[in-house]
Ligand binder design. Structure first.
Ligand SMILES: *[C@@H]1O[C@H](CO)[C@@H](O)[C@H](O)[C@H]1NC(C)=O
Ligand SMILES: *[C@@H]1O[C@H](CO)[C@@H](O)[C@H](O)[C@H]1NC(C)=O
Ligand SMILES: *[C@@H]1O[C@H](CO)[C@@H](O)[C@H](O)[C@H]1NC(C)=O
Ligand SMILES: *[C@@H]1O[C@H](CO)[C@@H](O)[C@H](O)[C@H]1NC(C)=O
Ligand SMILES: *[C@@H]1O[C@H](CO)[C@@H](O)[C@H](O)[C@H]1NC(C)=O
Length: 439
């Protein structure tokens, strides 16, 4: 048993260390004429996405070509355009000149966003007469306006960076709306994504205003779905003080733009809006799935509601419980019981930090003198004694024979290996999408 688990451990370590073999930021930094392109890959977080992928070709643009791509476009549109310059296949100069039948459509990172229609997510590569190689949008009727100019860096068959003369533009990508507090209705998006309870809580508590204030600078929201609020172990929200509820809701957003690729590559704590950035989350990933950890509980990131630089919205399966509020005792000290059902006016939080920063061990957090909070609409039943997910897993594992623990480790390591295999499997199938056509 022990020998098997050690074997699994060694195997999984080998696979994991092979994972992030390249750093696109470092590769591009060698050429000052690619500095704008490099800078935008970082600002749009496409660099993180590129670093998590194997077998990839980056079509780099020099600073002059970049200025024509960025001119007049919001960052969200620039991200879409740039993701069309990342091919999910390996093309070095030799391969470009030996394309079967002289032309191919290659899948791009934009295709993986799920918003591409028709051939918009593909790039047409055509070996032209006289040794030139042309690039253009895969959308029918597009021109091959861009040419191969030089090889920047090749690491066969992991990553190839080549420079092309002009941006590849798919006209359909230029129309996406820019996310701004006035254009983008967060609560409407959340309601449609099955997060009605969360949407109504952030609106009634005033936390929505904190989110909106952050939208231009960078914001990622992790919205628990409606089921999450009904789950066992979720604290009775009506027993929280206003300050605690505000902190809990602020804890579900971070003040940076962190799309999936970034969540996968970030090892550092992610400061949330709660406790003026002092309450943080961490993220871990296995294959394509990302899990958030609070120190008290954890949750899978379930689906993407919006990814429009610099704003991302995800749904999560569980309510995220900050350690600072729920760490020491799973049941927060009850607030004075509401005497009447008179609705309290939605308390707009005055200070950035409604919960005064205190040592993590101290609980409960002081609440400002305010009328008792109204039980939020759609809140969970009040009677069930609170019990965190962490507790129940401890109980499940506690007191068993050590052999069971070893078995659990072996199984979880084995499933990690399987999910890594699956990941490379899906890479294969993406490569299959590349289509070959005759001329
Ligand atoms: C290519 O990627 C694989 C898997 O990550 C890695 O094992 C290998 O060392 C990489 N090759 C080079 C030349 O870096
Ligand atoms: C990639 O390289 C850049 C520049 O050298 C560095 O700042 C960054 O931390 C590196 N990223 C990773 C994930 O190693
Ligand atoms: C690529 O574009 C050229 C010129 O528009 C076209 O003739 C060719 O069929 C296209 N290739 C593919 C694979 O669609
Ligand atoms: C946002 O959508 C909600 C419905 O989900 C609506 O009540 C609200 O008025 C909308 N806000 C704006 C500013 O359009
Ligand atoms: C190349 O062209 C030939 C003749 O038109 C065709 O039979 C073949 O299927 C093409 N190959 C690919 C990979 O498209």
């Amino acid at each position: 048993m022990a020998a098997t688990s050690i074997l699994f451990l060694v195997l999984s370590l080998l696979l994991v260390t092979g994972g992030d073999a390249h750093n696109i930021t470092e590769i591009l930094a060698a050429d000052p004429d690619l500095s704008q392109f490099n800078d935008y890959l970082t600002r749009t977080r496409l660099a993180d996405e590129i670093n998590t992928r194997q077998t990839i070709t980056v079509l780099a643009l020099n600073n002059a070509a970049m200025s024509s791509l960025t001119a007049g476009h919001p960052l969200s549109v620039i991200k879409n355009l740039l993701s069309l310059h990342v091919l999910l296949d390996y093309f070095d100069p030799t391969k470009l000149h030996s394309i079967t039948n002289g032309t191919v459509l290659s899948t791009t990172l934009y295709q993986t966003t799920g918003t591409a229609s028709g051939n918009v997510g593909f790039v047409n590569i055509t070996d032209l007469k006289g040794g030139a190689v042309g690039f253009g949008s895969g959308a029918p009727g597009s021109k091959l306006d861009s040419r191969y100019t030089k090889a920047v860096k090749q690491i066969p068959y992991n990553i190839s960076v080549i420079e092309i003369s002009a941006p590849i533009i798919a006209p359909a990508l230029l129309t996406a709306p820019a996310p701004s507090a006035s254009d983008l209705n967060i609560t409407a998006l959340l309601e449609r994504a099955g997060c009605k309870t969360f949407a109504s809580l952030i609106a009634s508590s005033g936390v929505l205003k904190f989110y909106q204030a952050q939208m231009d600078k960078g914001l990622t929201i992790f919205a628990p779905n409606d089921e999450a609020f009904k789950a066992k172990g979720v604290p009775d929200l009506s027993k929280l003080s206003n300050a605690e509820l505000v902190s809990l809701l602020q804890f579900h957003a971070i003040s940076t733009y962190a799309p999936t690729g970034t969540l996968k590559t970030t090892k550092d704590p992610l400061p949330t809006l709660a406790g003026t950035g002092k309450y943080s989350l961490t993220a871990s990933s296995a294959g394509d799935s990302v899990t958030l950890h609070t120190g008290v509980d954890s949750s899978r990131v379930a689906s993407t509601v919006l990814d429009a630089t610099p704003v991302a919205i995800f749904t999560v399966d569980n309510v995220l419980l900050p350690q600072e509020l729920f760490g020491t005792s799973p049941t927060p000290a009850p607030a004075p019981s509401p005497e009447s059902a008179t609705p309290a006016p939605a308390p707009a939080p005055k200070a950035k930090s409604p919960a005064p920063a205190k040592s993590p061990a101290s609980s409960p957090v002081l609440s400002p003198p305010s009328p008792p909070a109204e039980s939020p609409a759609g809140g969970p039943a009040a009677d069930a004694p609170t019990k965190t997910a962490d507790d129940s897993s401890k109980n499940a594992a506690g007191g068993r024979a050590p052999a069971m623990v070893i078995l659990a480790i072996a199984v979880s390591v084995a499933s990690g290996v399987i999910s890594l295999h699956r990941q490379s499997g899906s890479g294969e199938s993406q490569r299959e999408i590349v289509r070959w056509t005759g001329i």
